[in-house]
Design a protein around this ligand. Structure first.
Ligand code: DAH
Length: 378
């Protein structure tokens, strides 16, 4: 066999091996260039045929062309196989199993029942034309007690078990007042009972009137603090204060306003009852009951059982209220509150109490335990 035929046989074997080894389009292209390209040895052999001795030209030319065609065909097949395999891999990688269950969206939380109750109550009063104000939780004795007609040694001051704040712990820029409302030069002049955590939202009655001349229609939601702790008392809880002052405001306006409130929160069929009571800053003072929504005010249930919500009385106590005492107006006379010209009513309710009644929550502390099994129910 001629040298060229031997060389062609060797090249063919190498090329077949290289083509089979190629694992992707680029290594296959490299094999094509190497064995069939312009600078390849097979091309060189074909070009050199004319220079061979005449008897070798026919056989070498035939084998060289056969080899080239064979390799071209092999390359084509391998190229198709690789492309198909690549497509397979791509499809497998991007596969979506539409029969799998979807990824459930992460549950979004919702507002705490107390926040929702506060907003519901705010909405009712906003609808009646009231403004919503907020005030400080650290308060002067003067606003919490004195200006609300509890003079310094008034026994009602003792009703509130109060958390007191060390005046020296406050920033120097804070102006302190003594219990009569006189500004003090610095904290060393303050008594240890002059600053406290407000025991109710009522101090904002005075602050609200100081800030705005009559007529005034405002509510004040916020946290209040008392040294109490049991199933119906927590050291921190929330109230909503209300105050309406204008010429000619009467107890009838108080009752009509609170009836609208009670019906919005507890149902359109509710009735209201007011009972005489005592608060230092209102005269007369009342406690307000709403007819029980569980037994429709009858006190009994369909099967003859006593209604457990109202304990058979047919009424639920919801808040304290009254006509603003003229003495309170005396503390804000400079802002235009003359009891000969304006009258007002005030009320205060516990947000927790409203939520407990409305939703049948048996223990106040559940609101603060942060147990989602409880919170998720509302
Ligand atoms: N401040 C009273 C309390 O915390 C509640 C209250 C009663 C507020 C009568 C009022 C009111 O505005 O008129 O017990």
């Amino acid at each position: 066999m001629s040298e060229s035929l031997q060389q062609l046989a060797g090249l063919r074997d190498q090329a077949v091996a290289a083509i089979n080894r190629a694992s992707d389009a680029s290594s296959l292209e490299a094999a094509r260039v190497r064995y069939l390209g312009r600078k390849s040895q097979i091309t060189a052999i074909l070009r050199g045929i004319a220079a061979l001795p005449p008897p070798q030209r026919g056989p070498v030319g035939k084998v060289a062309n056969q080899t080239r065609r064979e390799l071209e065909q092999l390359l084509g097949e391998r190229e198709r196989d690789l492309a198909a395999a690549e497509l397979e891999a791509e499809i497998a990688a991007g596969a979506v199993d539409v029969t799998l269950p979807g990824t459930p969206p992460a549950p979004v939380g919702h507002l705490h029942l107390l926040t929702r109750t506060r907003r519901e109550i705010e909405d009712v009063f906003i609808g009646l034309g009231y403004r919503v104000l907020e005030g400080p939780e650290i308060e002067h004795d003067f606003y919490n007690f004195t200006a609300l007609n509890h003079p310094p040694n008034h026994p009602a001051r003792m009703l509130q078990d109060t958390f007191y704040i060390d005046p020296a712990s406050l920033a120097a820029a804070v102006t302190l007042y003594d219990s009569e409302g006189a500004p003090l030069p610095d904290s060393s002049a303050a008594g240890d009972r002059d600053v406290l955590l407000r025991t109710h939202t009522s101090p904002m009655q005075v602050r609200g009137m100081e800030a705005q001349r009559p007529p005034l229609f405002m509510i004040v939601p916020g946290a209040v603090y008392r040294r109490d702790s049991d199933a119906t008392h927590t050291p921190m809880f929330h109230q909503i204060e209300g105050l309406a002052v204008a010429p000619g405001i009467s107890l009838a306006d108080l009752k009509g306003t609170l009836l609208a409130f009670a019906r919005a929160i507890f149902g359109a069929d509710r009735e209201l009852r007011i009972r005489p009571h005592y608060f230092p800053f209102t005269e007369p003072s009342v406690e307000v009951d709403v007819s029980c929504f569980a037994c429709s005010g009858g006190g009994g249930l369909a099967g003859g059982d006593r209604c457990s919500l109202c304990k058979g009385t047919g009424w639920l106590e919801i808040l304290g209220a009254g006509m603003v005492d003229p003495n309170v107006f005396g503390f804000v006379a400079a802002a235009g509150y003359d009891p000969a010209e304006v009258q007002g009513f005030a009320f205060g309710m516990g947000i927790e109490r409203i939520a407990m009644l409305k939703h049948g929550v048996p223990d106040l502390r559940l609101f603060y335990d942060n147990d989602v099994r409880f919170l998720e129910q509302f």
